[in-house]
Design a binder for this molecule. Structure first.
Ligand code: FAD
Ligand code: NAI
Length: 509
């Protein structure tokens, strides 16, 4: 009887779960017909960017309180943690993109979106200059957007440290286009290496895949690439089997410096087993179209410069300032010492400014430039803006009540209004109690190839370090959970299933 009851319960919960999911999908596809239009009596809040920081702010923001305007050249949100998987086709890029239009149509009040790049913030005049950088341009392709409040969430650029040749010959890994370029370049190198009468030296060069930067981006990409070779490439193009090599070049003595020592060792050991070569204490100084020049330090401390030929070069050496941010820093005297981004206070206000906030990789608040930090900052800022709006609402109600109290006929009526005022004042005190932003570190996760991952997880004020296949399953479930929408979750699961059943696609487009 118990067994039958258990199955009945499971059956019912499965039906309820499916029904709930179907309703969620239906709701996603059917936004409300009416969204209140902008209200000129409200303040204009301009949000720059559609990345982790800005979207997490927009998700939690009550858009009825402000006239919200979003400016970004990218009309979608990108779930960056799974971007390395797109470079080899384990996941298709559209599965980790969420159109910003769909998302904004579900907000309570209408939000204006302009697909444009902010080219300059004029703080004096309180306007942002924007420019339509897309292929199709109308009669107007640059204009100004005035703001009362501004949130800067434009992220960061790829750092090259001015090393010659990087921009011309290297590929980066930050955006969808980068992942597509890498995927095509890998296949191009493989096909060109098997071209008729290709010389052995050229084959060796073309099949040498070099990744510069041993941070999580470089490590995850190297792991994905070696997986691609082991499970698919060598099967479909056996000619390249003996010559395909992946090398990871890192200037510091070890890779993944933000992980604990045991996980660094585990990663290095796993890479060795996967036959990925790690070249630590090797700093790239120059890049040409066919080789990189790197200075390495030997065990005796002696330095030597060598030329390393490559077919594919992926450059992942961290973040640099966007020109918009660099220009804004120059306008604000209090920012004169800012080098890595906009200096913000504990309320994320850009130092030296009023009503300007910064979130994510473009802000410097003593945290690492990660999605985790950016999304917590965005969510905190949304809560603060919601509270600010409530505060203003209560304050104007209080003003009205005190006028009403003065005009109230008789003591009884005055006492009744006084009680209302007391109640509102209590509410106001509660609403005003918003503390400064505090980051909660949940841990670091990285995929290292061969269905293994490493994780440094914060747990009960301690830290758990783990690596291996179980951690990989944890990595998968954590990222599925963190995906932006149910649609993304389903698409990513389908992609994983597709690539494990049929293998990854080796065609070049
Ligand atoms: P972004 O997410 O980069 O968004 C910036 C937005 O601003 C974009 O929409 C962009 O189009 C827009 N923009 C740019 N210029 C302008 C302009 N001039 N005007 C208007 N808009 C503009 N972090 C983790 O915590 N965990 C991970 O697993 C992880 N994996 C990663 C994997 C990869 C491959 C990469 C590249 C990064 C990864 N990160 C990870 C880091 C994380 O993606 C960043 O820290 C995060 O994206 C920062 O969020 P952001 O909102 O500041 O910037
Ligand atoms: P990073 O800044 O973490 O690492 C870059 C590495 O490149 C450094 O170790 C540096 O020593 C090395 N380097 C710099 N110049 C070099 C040169 N000329 N030659 C050789 N090596 C050189 O950069 P990354 O990996 O792009 O990450 C950027 C940010 O995004 C980081 O904050 C990171 O934590 C976050 N991120 C997090 C991920 C995760 O949690 N799984 C995944 C990807 C990124």
């Amino acid at each position: 009887r118990w067994f039958r009851a258990f199955w009945r319960l499971t059956y019912l919960s499965a039906i309820a779960g499916t029904g709930y999911m179907c309703y969620g999908i239906w709701e996603l596809r059917h936004p409300d017909e009416f969204q209140p239009p902008p209200d000129p009596s409200k303040k204009t809040l301009v949000v720059l960017g559609t990345g982790w920081g800005s979207v997490s702010l927009l998700k939690k923001l009550d858009t009825e309180n402000y006239n919200v305007v979003v400016v970004s050249p990218r009309n979608y949100f990108l779930f960056t943690p799974l971007l390395p998987s797109c470079t080899v086709g384990t996941i298709e890029h559209r599965s980790i993109m969420e159109p910003i239009r769909n998302f904004l149509r579900h907000k309570k009040a209408a939000v204006k979106y302009y697909e444009a790049e902010a080219t300059k913030i004029d703080y004096e005049r309180r306007v942002v200059h924007i420019n339509d950088d897309s292929d199709i341009k109308g009669d107007v392709s640059s204009t100004e957007v005035p703001f009362d409040m501004l949130v800067i969430g434009v992220g960061a650029e790829n750092a090259t440290f001015g090393i010659p040749g990087v921009r011309e010959h290297g590929l980066f890994l930050k955006e969808v286009g980068d992942a597509q370029r890498i995927r095509n370049r890998i296949m191009d190198c493989c096909e060109t290496a098997t071209f008729k009468d290709q010389t052995p030296e050229e084959i060796q060069r073309l099949l040498h895949m070099v990744v510069v930067g041993g941070g999580p981006t470089g490590v995850e990409f190297a792991g994905e690439l070696q997986d691609f070779f082991n499970s698919d490439l060598k099967k479909w193009i056996p000619d390249i089997k003996e010559k395909f090599r992946v090398t990871l070049v890192e200037a510091l003595p070890n890779v993944l410096p933000m992980f604990s020592k045991q996980l660094i060792e585990y990663t290095e050991k796993t890479f060795k087993e996967e036959t990925i070569t790690i070249r630590t204490k090797t700093m790239v100084k120059n890049v040409t179209d066919k080789y990189i020049e790197a200075e390495s330090t030997g065990p005796d401390g002696k330095k030597q410069v060598e030329k390393i030929p490559y077919g594919l070069l992926v450059w992942a050496t961290g973040n640099a300032l966007r020109p918009l941010v660099a220009d804004f820093i120059k306008q604000i005297p209090a920012q004169k010492d800012s080098r890595r981004g906009l200096a913000v206070n504990e309320y994320l206000v850009v130092k030296g400014c009023e009503n300007v906030w910064a979130v994510g990789d473009c802000a410097v608040a003593n945290y690492a430039p990660t999605a985790q930090v950016a999304s917590q900052e965005g969510a905190w800022l949304a809560r603060m803006f919601n509270q600010m709006a409530k505060t203003q609402e209560i304050e104007s109600e209080l003003k009205e009540l005190s006028v009403k109290q003065e005009k109230a006929p008789g003591k009884e009526a005055r006492d009744a209004v006084f009680a209302e005022i007391k109640e509102l004042q209590k509410r106001l005190r509660r609403v005003k109690q918003i503390g400064p932003f505090e980051y909660t570190h949940n841990g670091s996760l990285a995929y290292i190839g061969s269905e293994k991952a490493v994780a440094d997880i914060s747990w009960l004020s301690g830290n758990i370090a783990s690596g291996g296949t179980l951690t990989y399953l944890f990595w998968k479930s954590a990222y599925i959970n963190m995906c932006f929408s149910t649609r993304n979750r389903i698409l990513v699961c389908i992609d994983w299933a597709k690539s494990s059943i049929f293998g990854r696609d080796v065609s070049r487009v």
